[in-house]
Write a protein that binds this ligand. Structure first.
Ligand SMILES: [Zn+2]
Length: 471
């Protein structure tokens, strides 16, 4: 997958007879970090059903409902359900466990169901309830540290107990807390069993692995026969994984304490004040040792800011002036996603993003974001788009070092014509790029949330823009 998107730069290089992106090769690191003996993967229901010992426990438990085909189904009647489509599967030296997300109507807590087998023994079910802040939840799929101390209550589950009974247990006096003996953040490992959820993104997502002992307020503790503890799990909070939920990644940057802090006075608010200039302004987005910084890009007099690329640079935010610039991403902007993706180190690929600050046709300030969903689809679509719109003869007589720029210029010209045909630039963008493996997001006016912009009735003659707010 990664190779395919890298080939885009090679394709353009060959097409334009210019070796573009050759230094990207050296900066690119292919190896995910994983020094742990513990592996975390994602699996679906097929993997569950292939594990007889696990199914024995599931079949004897009141937690899981079955349909006539004996398949596990989620129980929507009670409002609580167990997500069996995306389960975290952990294998350690002497245990393996499956961690399910319990989806509750309130979503106040992070509720997980963990089934763990030690030394090949029967699976024991536990309910785990984490009290995490919204920001901590966003960090569940990154390598950022989360202090889990005193943030998890747990309960052993008896065979006949239902989800509601389990979830109400936490208000009992005999609360049990998880006391952690080991914590590590490791990269998700692709697995090979049937039912693995392996996407190109999986190897860039992280799992916070916790091993600990259940200590109850009545003085009791359970088990301890796993050596260093008796429960091994990776908190599972939905989203943010396969592929990494762009909503989570984008929301982080609307925070005032983490991410690139788009709302900080020196960021988007300052960039908005420059929209009446004739040129563009912008910032690089950098993450180094878990610290985000936003170095200023040199402003340009015209409509083309020059972004920087590198191992720690995962994107940019820039302006399109009003009214001379289109209030939407250009083709060159879209292409810059490839360059960020190909130059940034592997662990930062899920963070790759470009933001655009502009004013729409009504003069209202807007903040847009663009993320890659599927690298392979994106690479193929860009290639096809170039081939459909540029013939090699158009590049004849252009000095070698200017051919890429010429090509991008020609592609931008095509897109500008598209935009001119479409007074609604969001609609124009979606009509052109909705099948490019990328997605467009728009911040609300208070910059507290994003909506994914999608095409409603794309096959009709008059499709419309449907915003889907991030949850
Ligand atoms: Zn731009």
């Amino acid at each position: 997958m990664k190779n395919r998107i890298k080939q885009i730069t090679k394709f353009i290089a060959v097409y334009a007879l210019l070796m573009l992106g050759s230094c990207a090769e050296e900066l690119y690191k292919d190896e995910p970090l994983n020094q742990s003996k513990i592996k975390v993967s994602y699996v679906n229901e097929i993997a569950l059903e292939n594990n007889n010992l696990l199914m024995e426990k599931i079949n004897n438990s009141a937690l899981f409902k079955k349909n006539a085909m004996n398949r596990i189904i989620t129980d929507t009647l009670t409002g609580y359900s167990i997500d069996t489509d995306k389960v975290k599967y952990i294998v350690g030296e002497n245990f393996n466990s499956y961690t399910f997300e319990i989806v509750t109507p309130q979503q106040t807590y992070l509720d997980n169901l963990v089934l763990i087998s030690k030394n090949g023994g029967e699976y024991k079910p536990y309910a785990m309830r984490y009290t995490l802040t919204e920001e901590e939840k966003l960090k569940l799929y990154t390598d950022e540290y989360i202090d889990f101390t005193n943030k998890c209550k747990a309960a052993e589950i008896d065979n006949g107990e239902t989800l509601e009974e389990i979830l109400s247990k936490y208000s009992y006096n005999e609360d049990c807390n998880m006391v952690y003996t080991w914590q590590e953040t490791i990269t998700i490992t692709p697995c090979t069993i049937d039912g693995c959820l392996n996407s190109p993104w999986a190897s860039f997502s992280y799992g916070h692995v916790l091993i600990g002992t259940l200590v109850c307020s009545d003085g009791g503790s359970s088990g301890g026969d796993m050596g260093s503890g008796d429960i091994g799990t990776s908190p599972h909070g939905g989203g943010g994984d396969l592929p990494p939920n762009p909503c989570l990644s984008l929301k982080k940057h609307l925070s005032t304490t983490t991410g690139v802090k788009l709302k900080a006075p020196s960021m988007v608010p300052a960039l908005k004040l420059t929209l009446n200039q004739t040129g563009e302004n912008g910032r690089s987005l950098v993450k180094n040792n878990n610290i985000y910084t936003t170095p200023t890009l040199a402003p340009t007099p015209g409509l083309a800011i020059i972004a920087s690329y590198g191992a720690k640079i995962f994107g940019s935010v820039h302006t399109h002036p009003y009214p001379s610039g289109a209030p939407m991403f250009s083709w060159t902007d879209v292409y810059s996603l490839v360059l960020f993706n190909n130059n940034v180190e592997a662990s930062l690929i899920p963070e790759v993003v470009i933001f655009l600050v502009c004013k729409d046709a009504n003069g209202a300030d807007q903040l847009y974001a663009l993320k890659i969903d599927d690298e392979a689809v994106f690479a193929d679509a860009l290639t096809a788009d170039i081939q459909a719109n540029i013939s090699p003869s158009e590049l004849e007589g252009i000095p070698e070092e200017q051919k890429t720029e010429k090509m991008l210029g020609l592609m931008d010209k095509e897109l500008t014509l598209d935009y001119q045909r479409s007074p609604d630039k969001e609609l124009g963008f979606l009509k052109k790029f909705s099948n490019f493996g990328i997605s467009l997001y728009k911040a609300n006016s208070t910059m507290t949330n994003w909506s994914k912009l999608t095409l409603q009735n794309p096959a009709s003659t008059n499709p419309t823009v449907l915003p889907i707010p991030c949850k």
